[in-house]
Design a protein around this ligand. Sequence first.
Ligand code: MLT
Length: 408
Amino acid sequence: MIQINEHYLKLQASYLFSDIAKRVNAYQAANPDKKLIRMGIGDVTEPLPAACLEAFHAAIDEMGARTSFRGYGPEQGYDFLRSAIALNEYQSLGCDIAADEIFVSDGAKCDTGNIQEIFGLNNRVAVPDPVYPVYVDTNVMAGRTGTFVQGRYEGLTYLECTPENGYVPALPEGDVDLIYLCFPNNPTGAVATREQLQAWVEYALSRRAIILYDAAYWAFIRDPQIPRSIFEIPGARECAIEFRSFSKNAGFTGTRCAFTVVPKELKAYDGAGEAVLVHKLWNRRHTTKFNGVSYPVQKAAAAIYSDAGRAQVATLIDLYMANAALIRTTMESLGYACVGGDNAPYVWIQTGASSWEFFDRLLQSAGVVCTPGAGFGKCGEGHVRLSAFNSRANVEEALQRIRALLKP
Ligand code: MLT
């Protein structure tokens, strides 16, 4: 008799964003004339930069000609893209990252979800709370978390992000082995300073732990003092893996291209305490289970490093960040304490009420979709997240409706 992986039964009913989509779709079906403005899921709205489109079209033409057609590419990504990433994202910041430490993939969601496979089931895992649900759910599926009791998995260490600590968690009191950090943070939009990241790196080095650093929103950092990469921190090459994506900066959510950086000296240990190179393990996993991002998509991604691409991406980011500023100032003017929106495309709002109730109120009375904080964890209760990924016209209209609903 075929048996299931029983760890799946420990998962909460459905993935947060599917749950929200179901509620929103049900509401829309019952109210077909209402124009909803979606500021829930962080999905971009603006079209691909022209430089990416041009490169995309040209690469498709190459695929249509016998002389330039390509079949399977390198699973880790074409060298033209890996080298461009290493140079433009790291070496130009003074970070010592080589092209062959970059693994191109189809998404940071997939990579942050899959990476745990190469680590043992007995590792003690720390996740932020509130948390991007993928870190938790993939560890639940693997059997690393224990059961869900009163809103938390017994086997996880939760790093609480609260108004008191500015939504940047303190180091754990005990020892953990695998630490998920995300800055700029999803969902709170908070950022970590160099000193705060240095403390995490020192903690990880002293325990031979590994930091899984999700930097999918690095491009939105405006403050020059805030590190864009964990690899700006001395020692990070010995204790960190970084995840990034082209989804949010260059509008690739539907096109799919991302990358993960695994330094060659990063080590984890076998049962006998012998060191094993993590790069080698991830390379083995990646080449076994993944066949590479398509050539036209990688060409389109590389185009963001051209002069035109760079300028067009900057314009996109400016647009979303101006939306974020509008959201934050509006919510603050209505008396809500907020974080984020200054170095991140998310604004995290203290609602002073149940976050699902606030979600329902915004949906039903303003036709605006937000993300309820409780969906990201216990510490998310009493908060909602508004995403700045939308057109200016939609953001202005949503804020007008919110103002009308919430003005004191
Ligand atoms: C979010 O809304 O948190 C993001 O869209 C999730 C993701 O990028 O997968």
